[in-house]
Design a protein around this ligand. Structure first.
Ligand SMILES: Cc1cc2nc3c(=O)[nH]c(=O)nc-3n(C[C@H](O)[C@H](O)[C@H](O)COP(=O)(O)OP(=O)(O)OC[C@H]3O[C@@H](n4cnc5c(N)ncnc54)[C@H](O)[C@@H]3O)c2cc1C
Length: 508
């Protein structure tokens, strides 16, 4: 049975956050859209699963760009405007930083955050507040410039702080504040969410991170990230989008330099004016374009020239006692033996032991996350893909259990409680799990690394040159807004906007 129409305006490959956002945006403008998702449910890693009768969040620690009900940020606004009613819970704290000689819990809100750093490292309030204000200003500029690009002279007038700091690394800008090391350690932990050490991380990216997470706080859906994926898919279908599950797209068909449809693994050829693809450009340009000769050499150079960013290794535990009884006191813990981000980045190229861990106890953000008397606690490291690419099938099981054991032992020692004595359920997600489940290139969840040589400002300038095949757009962590669930929504909308702009231009 063929359940497809003869032709669509747009085919979206991948029904996760980025793909669904693109579909929603296009349907909102009356376009005829088909979403093809290889799994039997939407969301990609924004999902949950059940073990021993308990629903478990697969990925989400905290989400950016939502904002409070009376101060919605761009993704929150998008959902509200489309009537996608998600029960958002505000994450109660920014994080607890646990470093040698430092045990400090910090909260969102620039003023409160600066006061709390000052309480831990007296005499730093003025400098930290000035730094946070700079982050907020740069963040506002990035938000405005991403919607209203302007000439350089205009930018100099209106966005001086952005222009002044844009060419500098986070380390270079932080150095100008002359903060004591302990204060620097306290304001650093979120760096891992963007995956480059401070010497190589453009300050603009750090400013966006702090502007959003500290300025506006972060959120989680009450019924896990699956609530968001499911409601987006339901709304898309309500708006006329056709979503077909269990349909793996093998090939993107190209004619006269333009995408014109796809072929699925079961052999259906489906025609469309445009294709939006969630798979990494690395995968698309090396094995998905038909005919292969339609891939220009520049496309291969581009993907080879980019550095693939971080992947994820996560141990998720469901424990048999409430969190307080196990000495777990915070929603989010960043724990390390050092906060030297460059050093940690170097360590992440291997297979452990890993010293920088990020832990989440969902019950502190969502008291109903697990049945009464139990709690959920996850320990995550975000390694580079390099080490994990070398693991053979024979070694996989041993390496997986060795790394998981190290993470559990480290956190057990920290809490003074052997977590293994309290396990009801244990799930280990590795880079291989991510790669198999979503098809992400090398299991990378972060797209292309933000570096001083290849950063968002430069990428914006080469964006047009990097459209190697007409009528083909990409959406996902590998695109301009980068990694994470909030950015995935922004990237999906951007891909849809590019399609709508091209449609309008070609109609003239
Ligand atoms: C352990 C872990 C923790 C994380 N924590 C956070 C967090 O706290 N906050 C945050 O914001 N982000 C977090 N992330 C990252 C975030 O989940 C992702 O960046 C985001 O969900 C990516 O969404 P996406 O739509 O780009 O792609 P994906 O979720 O990768 O989805 C791609 C989709 O495309 C489908 N697909 C791929 N190829 C094909 C094909 N050929 N045919 C058909 N379908 C195809 C896949 O099945 C999948 O559904 C985490 C990720 C992991 C793994």
């Amino acid at each position: 049975m063929n359940f497809y129409k003869d032709h669509y305006d747009v085919i979206v490959v991948g029904g996760a956050l980025a793909g669904l956002s693109a579909a929603l945006q296009l349907a909102d403008k009356g376009k005829d859209v088909l979403v093809l998702e290889r799994h039997n449910l939407p969301g990609g890693v924004a999902t949950s699963f059940v073990r021993g009768g308990i629903e478990i969040e697969a990925a989400l620690h905290e989400m950016m760009y939502i904002g409070a009900k009376d101060n919605r940020q761009k993704v929150g606004v998008f959902f509200d405007q489309l009537g996608i009613d998600i029960d958002w819970l505000r994450v109660p704290e920014a994080y607890h930083a646990s470093l040698p000689g430092l045990e400090v819990t910090l909260h969102p809100g620039m003023e409160q955050f600066s006061r709390e750093v000052d309480a831990a490292v007296p005499g730093t309030y003025e400098k930290v507040k000035r730094l946070m204000d700079l982050c907020a200003t740069v963040y506002d500029s990035v938000n405005e410039l991403s919607i209203h690009p302007m000439s350089k002279p205009q930018m100099l007038l209106k966005h001086a702080a952005f222009v002044k700091t844009a060419g500098y690394s986070t380390k270079e800008v932080l150095d100008t504040f002359d903060l004591p090391q302990k204060a620097l350690d306290l304001i650093a932990p979120y760096w891992i969410y963007v995956g480059s050490g401070f010497s190589d991380l453009p300050f603009t990216i750090y400013a966006v991170l702090m502007g959003e997470y500290i300025g506006n706080g972060s959120y989680i859906p009450r019924k896990f990230s699956h609530e968001m994926s499911l409601k987006m898919a339901e709304k898309a279908e309500e708006m006329g989008v056709q979503i077909e599950y269990r349909q793996h797209v093998d090939k993107i068909l190209v004619k006269d330099g333009q995408a014109c449809g796809v072929r699925t693994a079961r052999g259906d050829e489906i025609s469309a004016d445009y294709v939006i693809c969630s798979a990494y450009p690395n995968k698309v340009y090396t094995s998905m374009i038909e005919p292969a000769e339609a891939v220009p050499a520049g496309a291969i150079k581009m993907v080879n020239g980019r550095r693939i960013s971080l992947t994820a290794f996560s141990v998720i535990l469901i424990l048999d006692k409430p969190a307080e009884e196990l000495n777990i006191k915070d929603y989010s813990i960043f724990r390390g033996t050092t906060m030297d981000t460059d050093k940690i980045y170097d360590e992440l190229k291997g297979l452990g032991p890993y010293s920088y861990l990020t832990c989440i106890c969902h019950n502190y953000g969502n008291p109903d996350a697990t049945p009464e008397g139990t709690c959920s606690f996850s320990i995550t490291v975000l390694p580079r893909v390099d080490g994990w690419k070398t693991v053979t099938a024979d070694e996989y099981d041993r390496v997986k259990h060795q790394v998981a054991k190290q993470l559990i032992d480290d956190m057990s020692a920290y809490f003074g409680v052997n977590l293994l004595d309290h396990v009801l359920e244990i799930v280990i997600e590795t880079p291989m799990t991510v790669a198999h489940y979503t098809g992400m290139w090398n299991g990378c969840i972060y797209g292309y690394a933000h570096t001083m040589e290849d950063h968002i400002v430069a990428r914006l300038q080469t964006e047009e040159e990097e459209k190697f095949i007409g009528h083909l757009e990409f959406s996902g962590a590998h695109q301009i807004s980068g990694d994470g669930m909030g950015p995935a929504v922004v990237n999906g909308r951007k891909a849809a906007k590019n399609v709508l702009d091209t449609m309008a231009k070609e109609a003239q």
